[in-house]
Design a protein around this ligand. Structure first.
Ligand code: F6P
Length: 329
C-alpha cells in the first residue's frame, strides 16, 4: 500500500502539565512548517479534540514560548475519550480539517487513549513523553523531570536552613504518583538523610536507624524525602508515626505540591523537548504510527505505545545503592 503524504497535523498536550511542553509544541510546529505541513493546536487535550477546540499554529503563535512553563495549548484529563462516542466525535473533527497525523505530548494515560483511537480510526498518532514523574517505560527521560528535580532541590535547600536552625526533622513530600524517581533523584541531589520511595520497601528501616542514631548522637536535624506514592503513607503519616514514638523529636512536614509542576524549563528539558518534537514530526512524515519518541542512552528512539507503560518503568538501582553507601552509620 502506498504511504499517505502528510500535509496537515495536529498537536496537543494531555494529562498533567510539565515544564518543557511549550518547547515541544514549538519544535513540532517549526519542524512541520519547515516541511510545508500545516499545523493545528488543540486546546485542552482529548477534550478539545471532542469539543472542536482547534486553532491554526504559525510561527508567530509559538514565538517566545521556549522558556515558559505550563502549556499554551492548555491540558486536561478527559473521561469522554474513554467512550467510543467521544472518540468518534474527535475523529470527525480531525477529518473535517484533513488532519493526517497527530502528536500527543503527555503521559502513558494519553498514549493509551491514542492507541485505542488508532485501532479504530485511520489517523496515526505519535507520542512525546511529558510528565514530571519520569515514569514511562522505554525512555530514560520525560520532559519536565529535570525542572521538577531542580525545583525540589531548591525548596529542600531552603527547608534545610530551618531544619538546622531549629534542630528539626523535616518530612518533605515530593510528587511522582506511584513512582519514586523524582524523590530518589532530588533526595540524592539535596543530601537527604533518608529517601522513601514506593519501589524500595526496606528504606523504612533506614528511617528508624536514622531516628535512633539521631537520638543517640543528639543529632536532631535532617531531611526525610518521601515520594507521595510511598506505600505506608506519605510524609504526614510517617511524621505522625515518628512523633508518636518519639515525642521529644521536633518533626515537621512540608508537602511541596504543585510548585513542582511549574516554572521555566531547564536547559535539559528544553533540549529534550526540542529533539523529541522534531523526531515526532520526522516519524509522522516517515509514515509511522502508534509509537512514542523516547531517549535511550542520550539517543532518540521510537518505542511502540504498547511498551510505553508506566507499570514497566524500573527504578534506577544504582541510585538506591549509592544512597546507602553515602549514608553515614
Ligand atoms: O503526573 C504528574 C503529577 O504531578 C503527579 O506527580 C501527581 O500525583 C499528579 O500529577 C497530580 O495531579 P493533579 O494536578 O491532577 O492533582
Amino acid at each position: 500500500m502506498q504511504k499517505k503524504k502528510i500535509k496537515c497535523i495536529a498537536v496537543f498536550t494531555s494529562g498533567g502539565d510539565a515544564p518543557g511542553m511549550n518547547a515541544a509544541i514549538r519544535a513540532v510546529t517549526r519542524a512541520a512548517l519547515a516541511n510545508k505541513v500545516e499545523v493545528y493546536g488543540i486546546n485542552y487535550g482529548f477534550h478539545g479534540m471532542i469539543e472542536n477546540d482547534f486553532w491554526k499554529l504559525n510561527y508567530e503563535d509559538i514565538g517566545g514560548i521556549i522558556n515558559l512553563g505550563g502549556t499554551i495549548l492548555k491540558t486536561a484529563r478527559c473521561k469522554e475519550f474513554v467512550t467510543y462516542e467521544g472518540r468518534q466525535k474527535a475523529y470527525k473533527n480531525l477529518k473535517e480539517r484533513n488532519i493526517d497525523g497527530v502528536v500527543v505530548i503527555g503521559g502513558d494515560g494519553s498514549f493509551n487513549g491514542a492507541t485505542c483511537f488508532s485501532s479504530e480510526f485511520d489517523i496515526p498518532f505519535i507520542g512525546i513523553p511529558g510528565t514530571i514523574d519520569n515514569d514511562i517505560n522505554g525512555t530514560d527521560y520525560t520532559i519536565g523531570f529535570d525542572t521538577a528535580l531542580n525545583t525540589v532541590v531548591r525548596a529542600v535547600d531552603k527547608i534545610k536552613d530551618t531544619a538546622r536552625s531549629h534542630g528539626r526533622i523535616f518530612f518533605v513530600e515530593s510528587m511522582g504518583r506511584e513512582a519514586g524517581l523524582l524523590a530518589l533523584g532530588s533526595g540524592l541531589a539535596c543530601g537527604a538523610e533518608v529517601i522513601l520511595i514506593p519501589e524500595v520497601m526496606e528504606q523504612e528501616e533506614e528511617l528508624d536507624k536514622f531516628i535512633q542514631k539521631g537520638i543517640a548522637n543528639k543529632k536532631t536535624s535532617g531531611i526525610i524525602l518521601v515520594a507521595e506514592g510511598y506505600k505506608t503513607g506519605g510524609a504526614l503519616k510517617l511524621a505522625e508515626r515518628v512523633k508518636a514514638k518519639h515525642p521529644d523529636i521536633e518533626a515537621r512536614v512540608s508537602i511541596l505540591g504543585h510548585i513542582q509542576r511549574g516554572g521555566s524549563p531547564t536547559a535539559q528539558d528544553r533540549i529534550a523537548a526540542t529533539r523529541m518534537g522534531v523526531a515526532a514530526v520526522d516519524s509522522l512524515l516517515a509514515g509511522k504510527k502508534n509509537l512514542m519518541i523516547g531517549l535511550k542512552n542520550h539517543a532518540i528512539v521510537e518505542v511502540p505505545f504498547s511498551l510505553a507503560e508506566k507499570a514497566f518503568r524500573p527504578i534506577n538501582s544504582e541510585f538506591v545503592r549509592i544512597q546507602k553507601v553515602i549514608t553515614r552509620d
